[in-house]
Design a protein around this ligand. Sequence first.
Ligand code: GUN
Length: 292
Amino acid sequence: MVAQRLDGKLCAASVEEELHSRINACKSEGVVPHLAVVIVGDDPASHVYVNSKVKACQRLGIKSTHIELPASVAEDEVRATILKLNADETLHGILVQSPLPSHMDEEGLTDLIHPSKDVDGFHPENLGRLVQGRLDGMLPCTPSGVMRMLRWADIDLTGKSAVVLGRSRIVGMPQALLLGAKGADATVTVVHSRTADSKAVCAQADIVVAAIGRPEMVRGDWIKPGAIVVDVGINRVDDPTRERGWRLAGDVHPEVGEHASWLSPVPGGVGPMTIAMLMENTVRAAERSNQL
Ligand code: GUN
């Protein structure tokens, strides 16, 4: 079996296409959707992600404010920056790129973002709504992008057994909630670092979402023939054959393509979907600010 490509780039383009008319409607009411992106420190991968987010704003006519702070900045200054952005009525979305430098209280800081501007969907109020099964709030971008991509490919999850590899606040946990929510209706198992036999659990799944951050850990024999596999991993691995000395690898080994019915590529799978959902959350926040 050769897996069909779950093409996030194509799906993201269709999401962005739908956003144009909503952005124009905002603008005709005098509201220019506006996103602030805060990055602290010099992690090269984070800078690449943030630049992609800013570029998507430019492409769509969403205003963006890009705030870069050095890793040595005092936590109080990051706190003051977020509070100032909360108070700015011309601004609809605030994103603090994760990870923050290790000496900072990342959750404490991102909890300061006003829930109505929390376009990452990480605030306890927004995650709490998700736990309650209310899906009309700000949903975390990567897991909601995965759900959108599955729906776009006409993949029905009802009654399927889903395994989520990883239990992070950003992807794994909210992904498990979305897969199991009413309307999606999968039966979900979360596999994590203390799971007794991850491979055996994975091998019984109809759908696997891998979000563990370990390059190519999911091998062909982890996957039931015909399963649907979504690769959330974006890992840099050394590759002396490349001029830049590294390549991107997902959490899923390429041989999985010989077992799965669908497989999302890295790059070009979940990454573009995360950005498209961030744009959608920003537009939704702008619409709600004006009750459009
Ligand atoms: N780091 C990796 N993914 C994300 C994300 O979706 N949002 C933020 N803020 N940081 C990230």
